[in-house]
Structure formats: C-alpha cells, structure tokens
Design a protein around this ligand. Structure first.
Ligand code: FUB
Length: 345
C-alpha cells in the first residue's frame, strides 16, 4: 500500500484483528519464509530495525543487521523468537542490508540463504550452515559464485533437486545485471536501468543448486511469466509483472511461482508444469497490505495450506518496521488460489 494511502488510515479504527494478528511483537519481522521441518513450522524472516537511514527508493532504510528464526508448533500456536541466528558481522563477504532470507534442509543439515550488500555495495547471496533449524548458522567465507540481487527462495523438488529462485528490481539491483555483469553506470535511480514499458519484463532467476547446496550448478535462467496469449509479460504491466519476493510451491503436481509486483503491491502467482517454466499468469494471492512492501511464503501443514506474509500495522504504517502474519489459503476446484483481502474478516 503506498505511503500516501497509509496517511489516511485511522489506526484506532483499523480492524483490531489486523494488529493483534502479528505473530511476533518483541521485534519487527518481515519477508517470512516458512518451512515445515520435523512436523514443526520454522519461519526465516528479515529482522526489521530503524537504523536511522534516510528513506529512498533504493530501500537504504531497510538496514537490517541480523536474522532471528521464529518457530511455531502449528499455524495457530504461539510463535517463538529463537534469538540471533546470524549477524552481518559474522559474514566475511557482507557489509550491510541483510534482506529477505530463506532456508532449507538436507540430510539433517540446515542451510540459511540470504542476500546482503558486499563491500562494493553490490547485493550477493550467501549461505550459512547449522545442525539446528534455529541456528546459530555459520556463514561460508564467500558469497555464492556468480550470485547477484536479492530474495533467495530455495525449493526442494520431489526428486531431491534443490532450486534457488531469486531477484528483485529497483533497490534489489536486478536491472543492473541484464548483460551478465553489474552495470555500475549512473544514475543511481531505481528505475534508470529498467527496460522500456513495451519490452519484456525483467524476470526472476532460477538456478539449480549443487548437491552440497553451496553453489549454482548452472548459470541462472529467466523465470518467464506469460499472459493469456502465451506472450511474456511486459515491463509496463505493473499489476502483473515480477518485482521481487520469489516463492515456489507445488500443488497437485503443478509448480506455483509466486512473487510481489512491488510498486503495485500485489502478491501474484503463475503456474507451470516444471520448475523452470514458462509460467502462465494465474492471478492475485494477496491484495495490498499496510506498508509499501509485500512479501510472503506458502507452506502446507497437516494437509492445509498457509500464506505467511507481513504488514506494517503494528508500527502504524512505518514501511520498514513490519510484522509477520499467517492466513489460510483456499484453492478452487481448478487449483486457482482465492485472493486474500488482508483486512476483511
Ligand atoms: O526486507 C527488505 C526487502 O523488502 C525485501 O528483500 C523485499 O522483498 C521487500 O520485502
């Protein structure tokens, strides 16, 4: 939801449920990547803080320094903050801005995947390892080779392959990587290096991971989203094209790629019959929340499906002080997801 609209919200009148739904209130949390490990829910969110950075369209005010893992016995039980799992000062290659992470498990080892700006101001994606889902995690000394941009989401397919989906435009720098190397030319404006509106939209990326989950096994490929005519969505299709916040889940043997449209504030999804796509645009999962950003994950627990997401209702609209929430997802008989309106009962 844009800042101008937030000015008009009367938070005293806002459905009290919206605020009380925050899963964690001792710290601000965002970008929740939820997984079920050993029958329990583990959420890997960003840990929002007010570091005093000025607001800008590159997201400099999102100056997060560490990660906490949140655990829940079920989607309706209390959420527990398990404390600091990884701090930027313990990541040799990273300097700042610990943005949206994800995690996954293989053979009893837990892998935290996270973006941060390196010492040259370029977003890279790193891995940190633990023998516990709650950490503490030990970071690899270097970022993943050839990694770039933000918002990693690591999906384990039924054949045991792991794929990372990632990328984000504007502050996430994806638009600067169109030639395969980082375009450092000025201006810094978040929209300066984007394709024209009538050109194919920038895509999220997918790369299969090596068997130790520490590197890409292949060069990242485009996650193409097509319209009703099978044509790639255009950059100017702001209500549907990819911006950031990739997520992958599988339902009835189909691959559901979901993402945020960023400046139009929707969580949308597209469907394919393989992890690489192309994905056919299928609709909206979540309408705009309070706060500029929207970011989510989707997970099955005991046969039901849940959307983890965030909003800024607890901070009364401060866009970089967010709180994670959960809601149930319903599919129709065709496997389409019913759109959630976050502030309606
Ligand atoms: O939390 C920082 C950034 O905001 C994330 O990386 C984006 O997805 C957006 O939620």
């Amino acid at each position: 939801m844009p800042e101008d609209d937030i000015q008009h919200i009367n938070f005293d009148e806002l459905n009290k449920k919206a605020i009380s739904q925050a899963l964690i209130t001792n710290i601000f949390t965002a970008d929740p990547s939820a997984h079920v490990f050993n029958g329990k829910i583990y959420i890997y969110p960003s840990h929002d803080v007010d570091a005093g950075e000025a607001f800008d369209d590159l997201g400099s005010h999102f100056a997060m320094e560490d990660y906490h893992v949140i655990s829940m016995d079920s989607p309706i039980s209390d959420a527990k903050d398990n404390g600091i799992a990884l701090h930027v000062s313990d990541v040799p290659w990273a300097e700042k801005q610990m943005w949206a992470p994800d995690a996954n498990e293989k053979n009893g080892t837990y892998y935290l995947f996270f973006p941060a700006k390196d010492h040259d101001g370029i977003f890279r994606i790193g891995v940190a390892i633990s023998d516990s889902p709650t950490g503490p995690f030990k970071a690899e000394p270097e970022a993943i080779k050839e990694s770039f941009s933000i918002d990693p989401a690591v999906f384990k397919d039924e054949d045991g392959s792991y794929y990372m989906y990632f990328g984000g435009i504007w502050g996430g720098q994806l638009q600067r990587w169109q030639t395969g190397t980082f375009n450092a030319s000025q201006p810094e404006s978040p929209t300066a290096h984007l394709p024209n509106d009538d050109k194919p939209a920038l895509c999220a990326k997918i790369a299969k991971l090596t068997s130790d989950l520490l590197q890409f096994i292949e060069a990242p490929k485009d996650v193409v989203i097509t319209d009703e005519n099978g044509k790639a969505l255009l950059q100017g299709d702001n209500d549907r094209r990819f911006f950031e916040a990739s997520w992958m889940h599988k339902y009835n043997n189909k691959y559901y790629f979901s993402y945020s449209t960023g400046d139009t504030h929707f969580i949308c999804y597209a469907i394919a019959d393989n992890p690489y796509g192309p994905f056919s645009y299928a609709g909206r999962i979540l309408n705009p929340v309070i706060g500029w950003t929207s970011h989510h994950s989707i997970v099955e627990f005991n046969g039901d499906w849940y959307l983890f997401y965030h909003d800024s209702s607890l901070s009364k609209g401060v866009t970089h002080l967010r709180s994670i929430k959960v809601d149930k997802i319903d599919y129709d008989e065709n496997g389409l997801i019913k759109t959630i309106n976050p502030y309606n009962d």
